[in-house]
Design a binder for this molecule. Structure first.
Ligand code: CAA
Ligand code: NAI
Length: 723
């Protein structure tokens, strides 16, 4: 039975009494929660920066709702938050500490028991536990820019405070499950459409919520307690198979992940079990996931991602320069994608090429990319037009004159890059930031070709640049702090995850990738096949292994680089020389049929490999998955240790972020350095020593830092703290 708002609660009040007094009779219950009394009382949470529901907030809320319940002058309650957002969830830092009462459930139970209507005033990003609090309110109003979601899945957990039970009751399982499984927020407009919010209010959402509360009091509207709403669940009770259909439609790739399966099960309980029993089971699942390795790894990445953008040794108060216009030099694979990133963020961008033909080709690719996204429903046609209008193509470098930031993405040749930067030095505005997208080359040497090396740095995007989130920002020896700050700010603005690194060959990601590649090739000669090597990584959770990745990028690219430098890759070179360039020729390490990108193991490749083993006098043997996996991953971790020791990466978490966002490292294992800590450094050290001895390769010997930490019982994570 739904409660009815009593006659007493709607008695006429003076306007003064209705308004939430600011600074008047307000009661600061704790440092972080305040009760502003009135006929429509306002409870305000103020815990910057994102109003996370830490212990003091929960205690404050419990106190405020208790007082509001007991205060006879209060007829309705508005729950609001100060600052940039309504509560953005539980305080994730508390997950590693013993739970402290009151828990969020106690607060929600008290709200559920309220006989006075509670209206949530939403703005910013009500997420996770924050949205669950809003779901325990009777009504929700939101500012137009609000984004609402249950992102727990991204932290390897599930909504543990009723989200899996209340959201299906309020908006239906078909709408709730995709939100829970994707973790992606929805807009206020979508939330109004599906019933998650009751009204969108212009202006101050708290005032909007107060007005809303007065109206429901005046209209004597019943209390809408979400836990009592059963009608949207009835259909699934009668047709349980319909739930499996919703699951099939909503579930993304979940192999290896514990949280999605648990979330699906929890939503199933919403119609299979009484709510108390379902909640009890969900809480147990939540605790199990929170304490598991996957969630710990995902939480590590959450904080590491935020740390990685903070460059060490930045003078306090360093301000980024203002960026209103960009230029990209080169309209090839990378330049086109980088230009799209700027246009997508609303920044006008000029693309500069050497010839009309190359420019037209590049612009046509950009347009095709946008059209494909529109066709897939990922972008509205008029948004595409708006973005295309921000892109201008020219064949004259002089056009870089107007740009606040220039990103160079011409061929990977030092002489050419120096020539381009030398010219830019004469053309670009004195305060422009000059960035190179080089994959390997020395950024300091490139900077020296200008008279303004403090303005130069690397902005290393990953292919496809408009999709991949990682941006390695390469700080040169002379790079000025505000130039670095600008690159970080621009990176965030265009939706990237910036990670600041130092100068070395290949920077962090490609340098570690190289270490993995050498062993991958060596294992082919010893007895493995491409599918064995790739399988060891896909089984771990990588989207693809090194050989499928080479086929995708094109084997001819690396072959050309090796020819120029006199290096050799026995198997890859033989494949290229047999016309097998990868996906682009339908054959590389694998075969590809009918335009499909699925790799098919190929006996012809096996022949090439076996011949190479014979040429080297290697007797092929069987390599098991464990050996293959360790020989791919441990050398990469070893290189990571050197990178840390040299200070090329400031923190192990930076390396983890680079691998998760740039190279498909499975996020639920936390990146290579976090994973190494979990496996145990002494084990990795010993295995590396064996691998090095067998290969007769001193480069594979355990790095000094790895050895030191292994000996002292240390970890990469604690090393960073001590540094
Ligand atoms: N707990 C603790 N700290 C948090 C936090 C949280 N939930 N959310 C953000 N922070 C911290 C960040 O670490 C960052 O700290 P530093 O400034 O020291 O680096 C600071 O708040 C600001 O965060 P952002 O830099 O991310 O700010 P933003 O404006 O770019 O984004 C945001 C804001 C969209 C809220 C984003 O921070 C975010 O997505 N937060 C996590 C939201 C989330 O996952 N909530 C669910 C938590 S789990 C839960 O609620 C379980 C449950 O069932 C109860
Ligand atoms: P690409 O060959 O696809 O494109 C290079 C473009 O630069 C060509 O269109 C060419 O006409 C143009 N160009 C050459 N000289 C020029 C000049 N003087 N002025 C203007 N334009 C000029 O090469 P890609 O793959 O886009 O690589 C570009 C840079 O990005 C390289 O430094 C590469 O190492 C780096 N990079 C490449 C990645 C990849 O996966 N392809 C990933 C990350 C970085």
């Amino acid at each position: 039975m739904q409660n009815r708002v009593s006659q007493r609660e709607t008695r006429p009040k003076t306007p003064q009494a209705h308004a939430a007094p600011r600074g008047g009779r307000k009661q600061a219950l704790s440092q972080v929660v305040e009760l502003r009394p009135g006929a429509v009382a306002v409870i305000v949470v103020d815990n910057p920066p994102v109003n996370a529901l830490k212990h003091a907030v929960r205690a404050g809320l419990l106190d405020a709702f208790t007082r509001a319940r007991d205060d006879k002058s209060i007829d309705a309650i508005v729950l609001a938050a100060a600052g940039r957002t309504f509560m953005a969830g539980a305080d994730i830092t508390e997950f590693d500490k013993p739970p402290q009462a009151p828990g969020l459930i106690e607060v929600l139970d008290l709200m559920d028991a309220s006989k006075k209507p509670i209206v949530a005033a939403l703005h910013g990003t009500p997420l996770g536990g924050g949205l669950e609090v809003a779901l325990a309110c009777h009504y929700r109003v939101a500012a137009p820019t609000t984004r609402l979601g249950l992102p727990e899945i991204k932290l390897g957990i599930l909504p543990g405070a009723g989200g899996t039970q209340r959201l299906p009751r309020l908006i239906g399982i078909d709408k709730a499950l995709p939100m829970i499984l994707s973790g992606d927020p929805i807009s206020a407009a979508q939330a109004l459409d599906n019933g998650l919010v009751d009204e969108i209010v212009e202006g101050d959402p708290t005032q909007g919520a107060i007005a809303f509360a007065r109206r429901i009091l005046a209209e004597k509207r019943p209390l809408r307690r979400v836990r009592d709403m059963e009608d949207k669940l009835e259909f699934y009770r009668a047709n349980p198979n319909a739930f499996d259909e919703v699951v099939a439609k909503s579930a993304k790739r979940t192999r290896g992940l514990a949280a999605p399966a648990a979330a699906i099960e929890s939503v199933r309980w919403s119609f299979e079990l009484p709510m108390e029993e379902a909640e009890r089971r969900v809480r147990a699942k939540f605790a199990e996931l929170r304490d598991g390795d996957q969630s710990k790894a995902q939480r590590h990445i959450f904080f590491a991602e935020r740390e990685a953008a903070k460059a060490p040794n930045m003078p306090a108060g360093t301000k980024p320069r203002e960026i209103n216009r960009a230029a990209v030099i080169g309209a090839g694979t990378m330049g086109g994608g980088i230009a799209m990133c700027f246009a997508n963020a609303g920044i006008p961008v000029t693309i500069i090429e050497t010839s009309r033909e190359a420019l037209d080709r590049g612009l046509a690719t950009i347009k095709k990319n946008y059209q494909n996204t529109v066709a897939r429903g990922g972008l509205k046609a008029d948004d595409m037009e708006r973005r295309l209008k921000l892109l201008t193509g020219v064949t004259d470098l002089e056009a870089a004159r107007d740009a606040d930031i220039v990103v160079e993405a011409v061929f990977e040749e030092m002489d050419l890059k120096k020539q381009v930067f030398g010219k830019l030095d004469k053309i670009a505005r004195p305060d422009a930031v000059l960035a190179t997208n080089t994959s390997y080359l020395n950024v300091n040497e490139i900077a020296k070709s200008t008279q303004r090396s403090p303005s130069v740095l690397g902005m290393h995007f990953f292919s496809p640049a408009n999709v991949m989130r990682l941006l390695e920002i390469v700080r040169g020896a002379d790079t000025a702090p505000d130039v670095l700050a600008t690159a970080i700010a621009v990176g965030r603005k265009i939706g990237k995850v910036p990670a600041v690194v130092g100068v070395c060959h290949g920077f962090v990601g490609n340098r570690m990738l190289h270490a993995r590649g050498i062993e991958a090739e060596r294992m082919l000669l010893e007895g493995a096949l491409p599918q064995d090597v790739d399988g060891a990584l896909t089984e771990f959770g990588f989207p693809m292994g090194p050989f499928a990745m080479s086929d995708l990028a094109g084997l001819d690219v690396g072959w050309r680089v090796r020819k120029a430098s006199g290096a050799k890759a026995e198997v890859a070179d033989a494949l290229v020389e047999a016309g097998r360039y990868g996906q682009k020729t339908g054959r590389g390490f694998y075969r590809y049929e009918g335009g499909s990108r699925s790799p098919i193991p190929d006996p012809d490749t096996e022949r090439v490999i076996v011949e190479a083993s014979v040429r080297h006098g290697i007797k092929r043997r069987n390599l098991d998955r464990k050996e293959i996996f360790e020989r791919l991953i441990f050398p990469l971790i070893n290189e990571g240790a050197r990178i840390l020791d040299e200070g090329v990466a400031a923190r192990p978490g930076d390396i983890d972020v680079i691998w998760v966002y740039g190279y498909g490292w499975p996020v639920w294992t936390g990146g290579p350095m976090h994973y190494a800590d979990r496996v145990g450094l002494p084990y990795i050290r010993d295995r590396l020593a064996e691998i090095a001895a067998r290969a007769g390769n001193a480069k594979l010997e355990p790095a000094p830092l790895l050895t030191k930490l292994a000996q002292s019982g240390g970890k990469f994570s604690t090393y960073a703290k001590a540094a």
